[in-house]
Design a protein around this ligand. Sequence first.
Ligand code: FEO
Length: 398
Amino acid sequence: MKAIELRKGIYWVGAIDWDLRNFHGYLTQRGSTYNAYLIIDEKITLIDNVKSYLYDEMIARISDIIDPKKIDILIQNHVEMDHSGGLPKLIELLPQAKLYSNAAGIKGLKLHYKSDWNFEEIKTGDSISIGKRTLSFVTTPMVHWPDNMFTYCPEEEILFSNDAFGQHIASSERLAKELPIGIVLEEAKKYYANIVLPYSKQVQNVLKAAEQMPINMICPSHGVVWTKDDIPLIISLYKDWAYNVSDSHRALVIYDTMWKSTQMMAGAIHETFEKLGIRAKLLNLQTTHISDIMTDIIGAKFIAVGSPTLNSSILPTVAAFIYYLKGLSPKDRIGLAFGSYGWGGQSIPILNQLLGDPKECGFEMMEPIKIQYIPSADDLSALKNNLEQQIQTKLEKK
Ligand code: FEO
């Protein structure tokens, strides 16, 4: 296993999880990496580590450069076990090493590993000298756990950003510029939508802090490293995502169907958006994973969700999606509930409440649309006319 030199004396020594396809419910079609960074200086420093089952891979990469027993300092930017899983074995190997983290990090590590290691507590603004380089720390609480922090090296202008700016991509390439940029940006957006989105307010603060630092390399804890030319782009996209910039000319029509009646309605709704010049995506929950739909939620203003009525409620696929959506908490969206029904028609008010109630998704809602049994041509035509008027009213208000 080879270490990859990113800058003279600074190496990527992480692990590649080629097989990963599910990250607590997030579909990771491209796998992932857990990035650890080795800095060779007077004090040899390792920033973050890897999942426990990939410890040997990380050690092999470190051994490509130095004897791992020579590491003096461990820095833990985040407690979550994809970045701390190697710690128990690392500490066994390095009983003398100092382990730097913030108060929430130390508390979290103690609760995870039930060990009182050689901790050194740091807080925002603190810095340590490791020789000819300095490492300074900025806590970034709730991006996306209480313990997250950045480590910054001013001499190198490198930000070790942990989960922020990450992407779930397994690749032999280590730099964003070595991969098709569209793929990297799509995975960064998916990562934001599925991991970071609920903490957008905190990201706004983090971006303000990052603006104070000259940065010519961002080393996240997943995926590829951002180099100078790509940094303005990813920072600007993070600003859009963190400030909830959504496009009133983008819509999603998300649904599941029993006998294709709700699907027919979804098609008519899609056509109506397109007729008005609003780019719409038709997303069937039978064939599209909820974590991919979340990627599309970033940027789309109109979110229409449809379900037929089943057992006086909504279909389980739609319920799973709505609860996932609610947890990730996108703001400032316009919602529409729709569905076909047989007799009770409960799915439509349930969906309307789940999308519109401020205690649920809190979207600004349009009037819900329901059709009994199989939509006729007249039903679909009436749906289109009704929806067209509703959309135009919303657009005029914006
Ligand atoms: Fe990649 Fe929050 O761990």
